[in-house]
Design a protein around this ligand. Sequence first.
Ligand code: PRP
Length: 215
Amino acid sequence: MSETSPEVKNLHVVDGPLSRHKLAVLRDERTRTADFRQAMKELALIMVAEATGNMPTRSVRIRTPLTETEVEEISGPVCLVPVLRAGLGMLDGALALLPTATVGFMGLQRDEETAQPIEYYVNLPRNLDEYLVLVLDPMLATGGSLSATIDKLKEEGATWISCLHAVAAVPGVERVTSEHPDVTFYAAAVDPELDDNSFIVPGLGDAGDRLYGTL
Ligand code: PRP
């Protein structure tokens, strides 16, 4: 179940028993790397099922074994864009539902002192304007990384963009939803605040470190 936030029109909270359960596993500090990775993959799958709900479709005429009929298909190729590193933790779950999707990469590292995103690797398909783009990043904290990602995608021509996050913090949500009213954002949870190091509270820690065991 996905509900539009009452305050923010372009934010949808993917909130049901299954997504809450996966999030509980992710938030728990006792969850070890392998289980964290598995829960992130499963949560991504649930979220992609929701976030494809507003994709445009087109009618095509086909034959069933019995007769000719009209069916609907998603009207454009899909490009998944994980934000490295942590976004990679959502990629397999997304590909499970969208196996023919193209994958582009945004390599960003948040400076630990300033929390500003530093770009270190970008690899996106040509003609991005033809794609329906789904950005994958478990964490939306200050919104700096996501804002830089969306700016880059728009620069490359993307016009249909949705972003998926396990946890989003209020300051980041306020920033990206107001800077990009034409983009749709999905989060399994919206957490109230950031600490002095710009970590989401209560959050789930550093998703990249927990996914790849670099604690
Ligand atoms: C984390 C996270 C986001 C970003 C969110 O990545 O995965 O990309 O920080 O923070 P922001 O909203 O304040 O920009 P990090 O820079 O820790 O890199 P990593 O995924 O390689 O661990």
